[in-house]
Design a protein around this ligand. Structure first.
Ligand SMILES: [Zn+2]
Ligand SMILES: [Zn+2]
Length: 444
C-alpha cells in the first residue's frame, strides 16, 4: 500500500488545527501540525508534505514569509500551498499569490471547499508529471555513444576547428533502454534538437551524469530544449560542488542576470540528486564513479552494459608522467613517486579493460610542462595509461580551445606512433563531434 500523503497545517489556533486535522484524516491524509511559521517551515523541510495549509497571520513568521521561503527552495517546488485567512482583502489575495501560494481560502472554511481545492491541486500535480519511467527504446538496441561536444574550457567555433568541433563536453550514451548524457557542455544543445525530432511529443526519460560543475560541463543545460517540455523527465546526478551544493550551482547559472528563465519555472520534470555512493544503477546500466585529479570535486564514470563498458574521464591529469625511455615520474613535483603510483593504480583499476575510454588529453608534452597541476592530461601519459589498463579504444578528449584541427591531427598521429612503438593493440582516435561508436565494435 502506498504511504499516505502528508498535509501540514500551520496555524496558531489549536481548535482550528484539530477540526481541520480530523476532516483530512478521514480523507486518508497523514496530518502534521505546527503552531507558528518558523516551526512550520522546519516541518516542511523535514517532512516534505504534499500540501501546506498556512494561516496568514501568526506569531513569528507570517504566512507570506512561509510561502516565500518554500518557493525559494527549488527542492520544494512541487509543494502545494493553500493560504487561509480570517480576512478577505483583494490585496491579501494578490500578495499571497505573489508570494507563491496556490490557493487562498477565507475562514470559516467549509470542509467541502477545502477538500475540493486540495483534490484539484493534487490532480493538477499529477497531470503535470510525465508517466512513470518508460523505456525510451527497445532494450535490444546496441549500446552506443555519440560525441556532441569534445572541447575543453570554452567553445571554440570557426573554420580552424570545424572538423573536430568547437562545442564543450557532452556525450550521449544509449544502452539497455536508457538515454544517459555525460556532461552538459554546449554540445548538449544540438543533442536536444535531435531528441526533439526523434521523440516529438512522446515521453522522454533522460539521465544526466555530471562530472563536475565547471562551465564547460554545465553551460549547455539552459539551452537544452527538452527541459522546457512537460513530457520530459530528467534526473541530473552529480557529486556536490566544492562550496554551494549541486542544486544551487545549477540553479545559480539560470538566475537573473545570467539567464531569463529561472530553473524553478521549467515545466519539465527535473530532479537534481547529489550522489553519495560511487556505485549505482541507471535502469539496468551499472554505473561506477571515481575521483579525477582535477581541481574541486570532479569524477569520471564507468558504465557497464551487456555490450561492454564505457569509461568517461573528461577532465583529469595523470598522477604519473611516462617518458619515452620508460622512465616514470610523479606529475606533482612535491609528491613522491610511490604516492603518485598508488593514486594512479586506483585510476587504472577503474578504467581497466574498458571497451571505450574517453580521456582528457588536452596538452602535448611541451604544453604540459607549462601546465603541470592544472588538472588536464598530456597525450603521451594518456596513451601510456590506456595501454597499461588494457583499454580497447581510446578517444583523446577535452581538446584545448587553442588547438586547431591540424594540431589535433598531429597529436593523434603522435599518439598512434606511441602505440605502434609498444606494439599495442590499442586503437586511438581524437574525439570528434557527431561521431557514433558502438561499444561492441570498439576494437575495430
Ligand atoms: Zn573541462
Ligand atoms: Zn574542469
Amino acid at each position: 500500500m502506498p504511504a499516505p500523503k502528508k498535509v501540514l497545517i500551520i496555524d496558531d489556533d489549536a481548535d482550528y488545527r484539530h477540526v481541520m486535522g480530523e476532516i483530512l484524516q478521514m480523507e486518508g491524509w497523514e496530518v502534521l501540525e505546527a503552531d507558528e511559521g518558523e516551526a512550520g517551515l522546519e516541518a516542511v523541510r523535514q517532512q516534505r508534505p504534499e500540501v501546506v495549509l498556512c494561516d496568514l497571520l501568526m506569531p513569528r513568521s507570517n504566512g507570506f514569509l512561509v510561502c516565500r521561503n518554500i518557493r525559494s527552495d527549488f527542492t520544494l517546488r512541487h509543494t502545494k500551498i493553500i493560504v487561509t485567512s480570517g480576512r478577505d482583502y483583494d490585496s491579501d489575495r494578490l500578495a499571497a499569490s505573489e508570494a507563491g501560494a496556490d490557493e487562498y481560502l477565507t475562514k470559516p472554511i467549509k470542509p467541502y471547499d477545502l477538500l475540493a481545492k486540495i483534490a484539484r491541486l493534487c490532480d493538477e500535480a499529477k497531470a503535470g508529471s510525465p508517466p512513470a519511467r518508460a523505456m525510451n527504446a527497445a532494450g535490444a538496441e546496441p549500446a552506443r555513444l555519440k560525441f556532441w561536444g569534445v572541447r575543453g574550457s570554452i567553445p571554440s567555433p570557426g573554420p580552424a576547428t570545424v572538423r573536430y568541433g568547437g562545442n564543450t563536453a557532452c556525450v550521449s550514451f544509449r544502452a539497455m533502454g536508457e538515454i544517459i548524457i555525460l556532461d552538459a557542455g554546449t554540445g548538449l544543445r544540438p543533442f536536444g534538437r535531435e531528441l526533439m525530432v526523434e521523440f516529438k511529443d512522446q515521453p522522454l526519460n533522460l539521465t544526466l551524469l555530471l562530472s563536475h560543475t565547471h562551465w564547460d560541463h554545465i553551460q549547455g543545460l539552459p539551452f537544452f530544449s527538452p527541459i522546457y517540455l512537460p513530457h520530459c523527465r530528467m534526473r541530473i546526478l552529480g557529486f556536490e560542488g566544492a562550496r554551494r551544493g549541486l542544486v544551487n550551482v545549477l540553479t545559480g547559472q539560470m538566475e537573473s542576470p545570467y539567464f531569463p528563465v529561472p530553473f524553478g519555472e521549467l515545466p519539465g520534470n527535473i530532479e537534481v540528486e547529489e550522489l553519495k555512493d560511487l556505485e549505482f544503477l541507471v535502469g539496468a546500466v551499472r554505473v561506477r564513479a571515481w575521483f579525477a585529479n582535477h581541481p574541486g570535486i570532479c569524477v569520471g564514470y564507468r558504465l557497464f552494459t551487456d555490450d561492454g563498458s564505457l569509461a568517461y574521464f573528461p577532465d583529469n591529469e595523470t598522477h604519473c608522467r611516462y617518458d619515452p625511455d620508460g622512465k616514470v615520474r610523479a606529475t606533482r613535483k612535491d609528491a613522491s613517486l610511490e604516492y603518485a603510483r598508488a593514486q594512479e593504480e586506483k585510476m587504472l583499476e577503474f578504467i581497466r579493460g574498458a571497451d571505450v575510454l574517453v580521456l582528457d588529453a588536452q596538452y602535448d608534452r611541451t604544453e604540459h610542462e607549462h601546465h603541470i597541476g592544472w588538472g588536464h592530461g598530456c597525450v603521451d601519459d594518456v596513451v601510456a595509461v590506456a595501454m597499461k589498463a588494457g583499454v580497447k579504444k581510446l578517444f583523446l578528449f577535452h581538446h584545448d580551445p587553442d588547438h586547431d584541427d591540424a594540431k589535433i591531427d598531429s597529436m593523434l598521429a603522435h599518439a598512434r606512433k606511441l602505440v605502434a612503438e609498444q606494439k599495442s593493440s590499442l586503437v586511438v582516435e581524437a574525439a570528434t563531434e557527431g561521431v557514433v561508436v558502438e561499444l561492441a565494435r570498439a576494437g575495430h
